[in-house]
Design a protein around this ligand. Sequence first.
Ligand code: ADP
Ligand code: ZN
Ligand code: ZN
Length: 745
Amino acid sequence: MIVGVHPLAGFDKLLHYRVPENLRATLQMGSLVRVPVLNTLRLGVVGAIGAPKDFPLDRLKSVAQVVHPFPALTPDLLKLARWMSIYYAASLDGIIETMIPATVRSGAGIKEEKLLSVAQKLSPEDLATLAKRAPQQARLYQFLVQQYRPQNKGLVLKRLSQTAAVVNALIKRGVVKEEVRRVVREAYAEDWSKGELVAAQAPKLNDEQLAAVRGITEEVAHDRFGVTLLHGVTGSGKTEVYLHAIDTVLKAGGGVMFLVPEVALTPQTVARLRSRLEAIAPDHKCVVWHSHLSEGERLDGWLALAAGEAKVVVGARSAVFAPVHNLKLIVVDEEHEPAYKQDETPRYHGRDVAVYRAKLNEAHCLLGSATPSLESYHNALNGKYVLQTLKLRVDNRKLPFIDVVDMRIEVMRSRGLTTLSQRLANAMQDRFEKREQTILFINRRGYSSSMLCTDCGHVEECEHCSISMTYHRADEMLRCHLCGAERNAPVTCPKCRSPKIRWRGLGTQRVEESVRRVLPRARIERMDTDTMSKKNRFREILGQFRAGKIDVLVGTQMIGKGLDFPNVTLVGLIDADISMHIPDFRANERTFQLLVQVAGRAGRGDRAGEVVVQTFTPQAEPIQFSRHADYEGFSATELKLRKDFHYPPYRHLIHHLFRGPNPEKLKFFSEQWAKLVEAELGKRVELRGPSPSPIEKIKDAYRWQLWYFTDNVSKTIPLLSKLRSDFKWPDDITQVLDVDPVSLM
Ligand code: ADP
Ligand code: ZN
Ligand code: ZN
């Protein structure tokens, strides 16, 4: 028997090995093995059984070890890895390493126990004979035969003060059998989301939810690949719809994957999901996959899935590679979230990989959001995806009223920049007196370096690309990061001549101080990236807020995800403009998403909610459409703009980053390379750049970038890769390709 193995760690090819007799029973396609490579043993994954015709068989080395008794990569994951390697222009061994958790790769830490049970019952006569000839063996037999389940060997021997020889003799007679079983640390039973548990009862679905569930279960019943986009306004009860779909699939014996943007930040979702899932089917263990698991817990969760003992996994991006058996449904909640994209190699998008994995399994993929990405919505409009819509909040609760405050007027009124408008301050005062709660969001989607006129709201844009120009402090220039166009930064506003054109951003701390001035007696808490890095602190604050011990919560928009607090009747967005002027063609989309999601946090209880949005550009489209949560209106306008500029979703975008210590050399080679690509692939791709990156220098490495627009990534990438490996790159220049980047910064 010959197998092809993909060794990990820097070997991007398939090597062949013999399989010794004793490993043949356990070795399978996708098995994790150790094989000799250049005199050392390396980990690898079996990627082929058999060898090509006329393969020279002499001198073949042998597989040294099979690490786990079941495959590390299911056949669909192997195919997925090959597809990803082409699509994301990443090496196969790197992708395989990403797919298999480190603890699984190491093969260490598996706890096993030996169990004894009776293999064959003895007749009373035989037992009597045994008792005479070998009283110890008879004693052990009598003990085991009284037990309901297999017993731990070590414990039994200790209890009866016997030796292994007694067991062995009974095994030889065929009376007792010994099995090896894994000890499970119960990662999925861990109550890591304490304090956030929500009632496990299922509410009665409303008509819209019922219709969506019906549509989805019909799709799932077809047992073939398909994608449903569930577009439901905030608070429309999308989770209930997911749960019903999951229930159907589990009852039919299928496996399920549930992806959320970042599990650690949404303990509420996970707790609710787990308690509900375990209520639906108590025998269905649900593996939770998040970054705070211990190595052992991670290993056990993975093993439970790989062995087919658990059928559901809930987790963030990387859970898309979980070895779920008979995968029939993948749910991607908040599918528009940029967090699904991995920002290091391999730069895959969890949602897109989920769709492809569903395809490989003839499974259904259910994408859900209150603000679907324009990519997904476009696919729904052109019939590739089935669209299901939830237009109403559950119990017909009202969507909150959005009050847009024109900060240009506030600036005039207060003769200078203010953090809190009068309108917002009054509203907070009112809530405080009524003992209701407020959340204030600070918009920090990316770092804003665009110039904004605080008198008229004007922002400098590139005329070729319709994105904001970026201010470079070093030489006081404005540059476009798509096409490289540049001009001097204006000293006065080109539109209204005001000198008050500047770039700026607000910190959570400053907002907190302003709130203290308005409400000196209120209990205020701040939640930002610093607080969030401490997992317990995050949970603690949420717990206190839920218990009503905090009046005002201040934080970046990241804290808004999936939070459901009935007593929050006021939500303020301090600085709506920042995300609108990031130099990215998705700036409008991000702003609209932010506004709708933020507004969705208000009025989840019986009282109607109010949202105050502060902006210098109240007339801007994302702001106007978000006032009525008008997704259809917004997407129609925005898709037209994307179409006119040939932006995604009408074409794909690929980012190519060059890094090196010498700026002149970097510029020279980027330009030479761009010329070559233009000459060779000019018909297939449109190039923009090369130009300096938004951040021109990081850790002493200068950065240049180039953009490719293409209709077909799978065809373009192999051509690019070929050109790239033939091109004479100097040793001190490194490059990174990012396919379908979610951020242009
Ligand atoms: P979404 O994810 O669409 O914002 P959720 O799934 O979080 O909405 O649901 C919002 C709240 O409404 C939750 O507390 C949920 O338990 C509740 N809910 C969902 N469906 C119903 C229903 N049919 N009747 C009553 N309450 C419901
Ligand atoms: Zn102006
Ligand atoms: Zn431009």
